[in-house]
Design a protein around this ligand. Structure first.
Ligand code: M6R
Length: 611
């Protein structure tokens, strides 16, 4: 939620910031703005996307070697020019951008109003900025000191970047709960919500921790804690290439990422799974293997698509490891008083590794003594760093707001963990274990097959694009896939869609069925197949339209469907990695057919760093 970029050095700041903001637009695109410091502050901001700002600043003075930029996902105040960041302090000399929420801003605003401050926007950010300015004025201190004092008084989450006319060339930055990466160049520094704005300039980065404050000058980076003590920056090497964050010839990131799945699942298995040897090597899991094997229960914590991956994993772990699994929405878990015992195993699943609810939920469980394992895509992210162990999904940067390749990579990792633990625990027979390893190794090829047999999906999208509602139904391992298919469709095409266990349909949703309702079944060949086919007949009997993901060669099921999408045969445990792919494509093509911005659907952001 919200992307932030900063630059200080010898180059022109504006083009670097704009390019960086375009890469961070997945984090929000309600408004965009830049503040450029060249003796005086020049602040330009505009409702809409980065391209709108570019147009608005044509002919303006953009020269500066220091600047900050912001792309917004609105929390406080509607998307508008005046609520866009950067904000300027009442005195006009300080500019600030912010990602996060200041929870006690109303109280601060009241105090400032009593002192005569007036506000140009409805944002919590402008309140914090003026609070900082007030402290600077009253204490006759520099900006760094004022920020430190202010942050001790605020509650909430933030990454803030500030420029001050009194200190040209310096960016003051601080974080708690929202991500901040600083790239180190020669005589220059780059700041970003993630590393994408700095990829072509440097491979050396520092991930700033919570409660740290950075004083960033062209040739110096000082990190301090809020107690004003110096912290040694831990410099890490980036291993992302620029090509990974570009569209590579595809029209949209979403389509590119769907098509990357054979490779990303392969990358996820590579070096870990050895079907010949019968081994799974995952050091971040091995370390905690004994605790997982002996756990009374495993709790999966996640949001959105990652939560759906957790649901699939619940079925897999219970089957292969005979361990009780609970799958929790992070936002619910964190606000309950959940029973967590020392030694409980929590698996946090997150693409971004920055989802605020998931992060806070695991922090709380960690305090209570739980072992936290992260299944995370973004290396060095907050959830990855908060976890004791775990495994990265290695899906590469996912830029489309709709999660696709991250989901299948999560499934691949979770399946490997379950196989490893089940094998150690002795709850999987050797023969089945070996068979599943071999099958899992073949999944990338089978995903490629699925993509190669998906030509009809575009035409299906045209046929059903005007429907007002969709139902998605599945059983067993395919039930969470139905939920995921429905989520993909609603977020990309804005069509109302609901996922249900196929049998549950009779307990209410069947009332919706008429000759206009498309019902998408995830009906691959598995133990429940005949039951699912009966559910299809029930829909047909009420004149509903049946579209189904079926196993190649299943002619009898095909015969009762209006339309089908094919996947190759696979063990039911692994089938979700295949059956979700046609549903991703269906959502994509329906979104395109309805003229939607599939990479940046309305109201959404890729990384939900507010609760
Ligand atoms: O980064 P995370 O996996 O923690 O994100 C969780 C959800 O916000 C995310 O999956 C969201 O539901 C996606 N837009 C779904 O496509």
């Amino acid at each position: 939620m919200c992307g932030i970029v900063g630059y200080t050095g010898t180059r022109e700041a504006y083009p670097i910031i704009i390019k960086g903001l375009k890469r961070l637009e997945y984090r929000g695109y309600d408004s965009t703005g830049v503040a450029l410091l060249n003796g005086k502050l020049n602040v330009y901001k505009k409702k809409g996307k980065v391209a709108d700002l570019e147009e608005a600043v044509l002919g303006k003075n953009l020269h500066a070697h220091t600047g900050i930029g912001h792309t917004r996902w609105a929390t406080h105040g509607e998307p508008s020019d005046r609520n866009a960041h950067p904000h300027q302090s009442a005195g006009g000399k300080i500019a600030m951008i912010h990602n996060g929420i200041i929870e006690n801003y109303l109280q601060l605003k009241q105090d400032l109003s009593n002192k005569g401050y007036t506000f140009q926007s409805d944002t919590d950010t402008e309140v914090l900025l003026n609070f900082i300015e007030e402290i600077k004025k009253n204490n006759q201190c520099n900006l760094e000191e004022a920020v430190r004092i202010a942050l001790k008084r605020v509650t909430g989450a933030y990454v803030i970047l500030l420029l001050d006319e009194d200190d040209p060339g310096t960016i003051i930055a601080a974080r708690k709960g929202s991500p901040l990466v600083i790239g180190i160049g020669k005589g220059e520094h780059f700041l970003g919500s993630d590393a994408s704005p700095m990829l072509e300039y440097t491979k050396e980065v520092v991930y700033v921790n919570d409660y740290e404050l950075a004083i960033v000058k062209p040739d110096e980076l000082i990190l301090k804690n809020l107690g004003n003590e110096r912290v040694t920056p831990y410099i890490q090497k980036l291993d992302i290439e620029l090509a990974a964050i570009e569209k590579g010839g595809y029209e949209h990131f979403m389509l590119k990422e769907i098509h990357e799945q054979p490779q990303t699942i392969y990358d996820c298995l590579r070096g870990r799974l050895d079907a010949m040897e019968g081994t799974i090597t995952m050091s971040g899991i091995q370390q905690y293997a004994e605790q997982i094997v002996n756990a009374n229960r495993i709790v999966m914590i996640a949001c959105g698509t990652s939560w759906h991956a957790g649901l699939v994993a619940e079925y897999i772990f219970e089957e292969l490891c005979r361990i009780n699994v609970e799958v929790e929405y992070a936002s619910e878990f964190r606000y309950r008083n959940p029973v967590v015992h020392k030694g409980d195993v929590i698996i946090a699943i997150s693409q971004s590794g920055e989802t605020a609810d998931t992060l806070v939920a695991i922090e709380k469980a960690k305090e209570k003594g739980a072992i936290i394992l992260g299944v995370v895509n973004v290396v060095g992210s907050s959830i990855a760093r908060t976890s004791h162990g775990g495994a990265y999904t290695h899906a590469g940067p996912e830029i489309g707001v709709a999660s696709t390749k991250a989901f299948t990579a999560q499934l691949a990792v979770l399946t490997m963990i379950a196989l490893k633990i089940g094998y150690i625990k002795g709850t999987i027979e050797e023969e089945r274990y070996r068979y599943l390893l071999k099958e899992l190794q073949e999944i990338p090829e089978k995903v490629a097959w699925t993509l190669n047999h998906s030509d009809n999906i575009k035409a299906l999208a045209e046929k059903y694009k005007d429907a007002h509602d969709f139902l998605y139904l599945g059983r067993g391992y395919n039930f969470p896939v139905a939920l995921e298919g429905a989520l993909k469709l609603k977020e990309i095409s804005y069509i109302h869609a609901e996922g249900y266990p196929a049998a549950e349909m009779k307990h209410g949703p069947i009332a919706l069925v008429d000759d206009k309702l498309p019902v998408v079944f995830v009906a691959t060949k598995d133990a429940y197949h005949e039951k699912v086919v009966s559910n299809m007949q029930e829909i047909k009997a009420r004149k509903g339209k049946v579209i189904a993901v079926i196993t190649e060669g299943d002619e009898s099921t095909k015969a009762i469907c209006d339309d089908v999408m094919l996947v190759p045969e696979a063990d039911e445990i692994l089938a979700p990695m295949l059956s979700v792919v046609p549903l991703q494509l269906l959502a994509y093509y329906i979104g395109i057919a309805r003229g939607c911005d599939v990479d940046k659907p309305r109201n959404l952001a890729k990384s939900v760093t507010v609760e």
